[in-house]
Structures are given as structure tokens and as C-alpha cells.
Design a protein around this ligand. Structure first.
Ligand code: GSH
Length: 215
């Protein structure tokens, strides 16, 4: 049985999860306790980010892009249609970089508040502050309005496209939609209502992607 180790808010893990669900690949979701990654560290030899995927033959895969590549070549699918390889992967990478860079800042204060223990909230703060500087999570809370504006700007072309067609690259879903869905899932976990605040078009897209799940 395939096992997917995830944190509920992780957009990278949620992208992989929805991919497995759409491909109807049987798998078990393992919720990683934020403050206790002993099982994960033992499994990977020290890598404590998510997603981590254990294949049914016991291979341990890290890095969501590599996990998606593996799933797409292992299970039959039409999620990277011939001729659209460049567009699908380029949009995937755009989401993981440009879109994620603003949305995770928007979501971080609420994600931190939701951890059940003081230790987990402190660890989350430490992880973010080591990279983005002292007080960054509090600053992002204060910058909410400007982050919302920046997010809407970054997502404006995607919004226009999704006003005219069901999925990013046309009438059929592709990897591009799953990358975007990972971000929508993070927003939904952080703050129910945030996605709607960003734009109702994105809520409709999230529900369309969810409707493709086969398990
Ligand atoms: N490039 C990696 C990024 C993985 C990553 O950054 N995961 C985050 C969750 S979104 C994580 O595990 N964070 C752990 C932490 O905050 O300590 C991928 O695509 O899988």
C-alpha cells in the first residue's frame, strides 16, 4: 500500500494527495504530527519535510515535483496531454514559486495559530523566522491587506482564464489544476473563507477539481 505522509496545510502534499485521488491509486494518508517527526526522520534518513511518499515496494520518495513525475509515469492518466507538457509543467512551477510565495505568507499566521501546542507554534515560528527574519509571521498578519492585493495581482491571469474555461489549460483537467488546487487547499485549511475573499472563481475551480476525485 502506498503511504503519503503529509501536513494538512501543506500545498505540496495536498497536490500529491489530490493527484493520487484523481488517479484512483489506493493509498493511506499519514498525518505527520508537526512537533514530532521521528517516524518521518527514521523513514527518510533525516528529511523532515512533507510530502514523503512510500511506494508499495518500499521506495521512499521526497520532493513533490519528483513524486508527481513518478505517479504520472506509473499510473495511466491524461493529466499531461501530448503537446501540453511544457505548459503544464511551466504552470506547475509558476504555482510552486510565484503563487506559493505570496499565499503561504497570507496563510501562515492562521496556520501557526491552529497548532495545538505552544511547542508546535514556537517551532513553526522558528522555521519561518530562520528563513524570513525575526517577527515575519506577525508582520504578515499585519500586512494581510497588501498580501491579499498581491495575491490577486499574481493570480489575475489565472482568474481571467478560469472565468472562460473550466480548467487552466482548457476544458479538461491537467497537472496545472492540481498544483493550483494544492494552494486552494492550504487557503481552506488556514482560513475558511479566504479563497472566497481572493475570488469566487477560485472556489468554483477548487470544487471542480474535488469533483474529479475517485476515492
Ligand atoms: N520542495 C519541497 C517543499 C516541501 C516543503 O517545504 N514542505 C513544507 C510544508 S509546505 C514542510 O514540510 N514544512 C515543514 C516545516 O515547516 O517545518 C516539495 O515540493 O516537496
Amino acid at each position: 500500500m502506498i503511504r503519503l505522509h503529509r501536513l494538512r496545510y501543506s500545498p505540496y502534499a495536498r497536490k500529491v494527495q489530490v493527484l493520487l485521488e484523481i488517479l484512483a491509486v489506493p493509498h493511506e494518508v499519514v498525518e505527520v504530527p508537526y512537533g514530532n517527526r521521528e517516524e518521518l526522520a527514521q523513514l527518510t534518513g533525516g528529511y523532515v519535510y512533507v510530502p514523503v511518499l512510500e511506494t508499495s515496494t518500499g521506495t521512499v520518495l521526497t520532493e513533490s515535483r519528483a513524486i508527481c513525475e513518478w505517479a504520472l509515469r506509473t499510473f495511466p492518466n491524461t493529466l499531461v496531454p501530448p503537446g501540453l507538457e511544457a505548459a503544464a509543467w511551466a504552470f506547475h512551477d509558476h504555482v510552486e514559486n510565484t503563487v506559493e510565495d505570496v499565499l503561504f505568507r497570507l496563510c501562515s499566521p492562521a496556520v501557526r495559530d491552529a497548532w495545538p501546542t505552544a511547542w508546535e507554534r514556537a517551532l513553526y515560528t522558528l522555521v519561518k523566522e530562520r528563513r524570513y527574519g525575526a517577527g515575519c509571521v506577525d508582520a504578515w498578519r499585519g500586512d494581510r491587506e497588501s498580501l491579499l492585493t498581491r495575491a490577486r495581482d499574481v493570480l489575475a491571469p489565472t482568474r481571467t482564464t478560469l472565468q472562460h474555461q473550466s480548467f487552466v489549460l482548457g476544458a479538461a483537467p491537467t497537472l496545472a489544476d492540481l498544483a493550483l488546487y494544492g494552494q486552494w487547499a492550504m487557503c481552506d485549511v488556514a482560513e475558511p473563507g479566504l479563497l472566497l475573499e481572493l475570488d469566487p472563481v477560485f472556489v468554483a475551480h477548487a470544487r471542480r477539481v474535488e469533483a474529479l476525485r475517485q476515492q
